[in-house]
Ligand binder design. Sequence first.
Ligand SMILES: [Zn+2]
Length: 124
Amino acid sequence: MASTKSKFSVVLQNKCPRCQEGEMFVDPNPYHLNNMAKMHRNCAKCGLRFEPETGFYYGAMYLSYALGVFSSLIIFAILNFVFRIPTLWAFIIVALSWIGLSPMLFRFSRSLWLSLFTNRHRDI
Ligand SMILES: [Zn+2]
């Protein structure tokens, strides 16, 4: 049965974009770096293949980069112009936050990339 979760929350939770229930990644914690990129071959609930073709997730790398740059610019602007944190410190904070958040950004990008190319089943 299809749930009524928003597409964004499904992407954030790294759930299958078709049934919205199956887990995409083997380890739910993205900070277990040895397992960060390990994905199930197919959705356990609906059978959706999580890597439709070889090299499918190359596009997710560009998406990850673009999202990282965009969010970094916003965070930098807020730190520097709103909170008046000196430029060097704002840059350091942004760089450290990018490093710290990169496992989550990696998974978010893959999940978003797959959801862009997958239609939901409404009648399962
Ligand atoms: Zn599924």
